[in-house]
Write a protein that binds this ligand. Sequence first.
Ligand code: ARG
Ligand code: ZN
Length: 467
Amino acid sequence: ARFGGAALAAALLTATQATTALAAPGNPGAPRYSAGAPSLGDPYFPDQGNGGYDVRHYDVTFTYDPATKVMDATTVITAVATQDLDQFDLDFRGPQITSLTVGKHPAFYRRDGQELVVTPRPKLKTGETFTVTVTYAGTPPVVTDPDGSIEGWVPTDDGAFVPGEPQGAPAWLPANDSPADKATFTFRATVPEGVTVVGNGRLASKTTANGKTTFVWDSAEPMATYLATVTLGNFVVDETTTPGGIPVYTAVDPRLVTQSAAAVAKIPDIVDYFSSIFGPYPFNQTGAIIDRAPDVGYALESQTKPIFSSAPSVGTMAHELAHQWYGDSVSVGKWSDIWLNEGFATYATWLWTEHTGGATAQQTFDSSSNYGRAATSSFWQVVTADPGPEDMFGNVPYNRGAMTLHALRGKIGDAAFFTLIKDWATTHRYGNASTADFIRAAEKVSGMDLKAFFDVWLFQKGKPASW
Ligand code: ARG
Ligand code: ZN
């Protein structure tokens, strides 16, 4: 479902496609077919996302063998046309397609970079719900990001590690790959017996026959494509419940159980503490996937099941769990707003540290990795609310983002600040929100004019001297 990109897509459509739309003179009610926009216009990832439709559900059925690295997959996308369509794009970087149908009808398609261009016949009318069924087979690719890190489908020594932020999901499923078009997901994964597949949401079933096991994972709440995972391999699985009643599912590489034990043991307390300050946990399950993927070297807040490429610290665990509220439930619509994800998750960790008797948030703010950095440091030369694709996961959206929140708390006071961040999670639950929305919300709750404050912290370079 789309919450953010429609206007952008419409603007693009007007600019690039309007001349090809067929006028229907003398018959105003007749459909006016045109091609959906090939992009949602995010300047950081201009190929991402597509216009003309709104995805409601992805149903991905596949077999995968870690020994051969071959996937055999069929993805069924259920979507609603938001314009009369004679053509639309999906984003797909995956292996060879062997068939593609729209509804029951085989459709003509061609591939152009990550664009999968589909020509549905019959054409689709505005408001029409349609399915696209794509069958493909081969080895899904590793995707390299502007910051040099890898994502997509990353083979491990016993399976695959599957992170998707910001552009990895189309490695293994055809998608409208934009955080602005959230949808529900079902994964049905068949692997050799003994391999465990861990997906988002809840495990609906696990059945074994003829040496193969099929895992069905269901995500009932809307999810951005970049948060999808089906990480698989040898795992020690444990299930428990937080004191507050949230089911916890953890899957840990047997070689990392000891090193991970402290962070895993804290999951229930972290989730319940964050629920007390951010509002109810937004999903029907929580947990973690802890794997050995040394070439990845980062963790990701995959919805309901953050993934870790090595044994995490308690702080990293807290960061990824905080993202379930800030990033996963409330999502950015455009990547330049990434500080809304990373600054919030980082600040949440400062709060957790203080809550558990460590440094206070004020001490962390003052420290040498934060406000204590010299004014001459290059750290101060990246713009928090527009870091660019190479620095979107660099220190600035994380640390200056968290500093922004702490400075805001000082400015508007604890009562307004904690009301603001809780309301933010409630008001935009399962949706998308922007920096402009946040500034408006902060001004409203505090009754203050915060333009100059946010300008200094979010939009200007340089170390803020006063605010
Ligand atoms: N959002 C992740 C985290 O902070 C980091 C993802 C990094 N991805 C990347 N392609 N560099 O938890
Ligand atoms: Zn993060």
